[in-house]
Design a protein. Sequence first.
Length: 451
Amino acid sequence: MSSNPVAETVAALLPRAQAELAELVAFKSVADFAQFPKSESEGAANWVADALRAEDFVDVAVLDTPDGTQSVYGCLPGPEGARTVLLYAHYDVQPPLDEAAWTTPPFELTERDGRWYGRGAADCKGGVIMHLLALRALKANGGVPVNVKVIAEGSEEMGTGGLERYAEQHPELLEADTIVIGDAGNFRVGLPTVTTTLRGMTLVRVQIDTLQGNLHSGQFGGAAPDALAALIRVLDSLRAADGSTTVDGFAPETGWEGLEYDEEQFRKDAKVLDGVELIGDGSVADRIWARPAVTVLGIDCPPVVGATPSVQASARALVSLRVPPGVDAAEASKLLQAHLEAHTPWGARVSTEPVGQGQPFRADTSSPAYQAMADAMAVAYPGETMQYAGQGGSIPLCNTLASLYPQAEILLIGLSEPEAQIHAVDESVSPEELERLSVAEALFLRNYAAG
């Protein structure tokens, strides 16, 4: 990185950032209070609120949102008449999955092989730290030239929509000229990237019942309808032979135009086993950024250990459908439910229940904010040009903000590049990416104020 005062300040602040990220990662802030204590999420929220107060933010508040979680808000006033920029991140995290599979404890930030490991290190507690670093660098070099609002969400990973509904009820709170969502990531380490599209998501729970209770498989098997077998048939109907998603009535003809994703690089990033084929057709970018994708997230059925020779009376699953831009997530949810019900065999009783959804998003890349970010990233990443990419995941708040503030420019950046392995075992963040993106964000705020 070419030397400049902002970059030098960020570099000097990096050890403090590591210590702060360690404190934040230590909170087991999973917004599923059936699995993790609510006090852990509350502790993380209070940590963020205290950090904002320490940076002279005013009106700092821990907001109780309608889904029973908390989001943290604060405002840092800039010069009179300055533009307003909203910086977003979330402090809630995915569950660690199998803690024993982690090389080091998931809620203990650990430095190894040039990366910092821990749940939320990249997604998205690192985003909170990125915003703090950028603002501190500006304060040390002439001041922050815009009004800054920060919002740190407490349930993004659960998709329960608490902050979206709160924002709709208090539309003035997050109003801004430009919004920087710090919950995306570079296409690869060292390649500056803004995410211009997000797939939406719908979650549906399906339950199949066939018997009043489990039956002995030797006595009744072969004629008694097995609910688990019925569920397996239903779930299999969601994919074509090549693995493409097939939901009745849902066939958007979409393709990706922009940065392409090399298939061999994708295999490496996804850690696909040798000899195992990728699923679907078209380019990798088409499949993961511009087309629907169904995933069975979980099945309730007897585990192998302790299983008995029984015909199952009931079985259920949680199904996710990723929805490409241009498709309404609510309509996609209805189609998914109708498909599950229509493909249930043997007259089995089936019930479906939507349990969460988020709309897809497409940004306006012609806006002045994009040029300000491109210029900033050119300094933070010497020799590289900012790229546009999609993201297969969803950030439901984006569409809420776009509808509430149609004139606002929305940019998505962040620390979740492929090596970060977000949502997986051994999630990590690259400190070099944290440093460079913090510099880029600081310079963006300066460029945007001057534009």
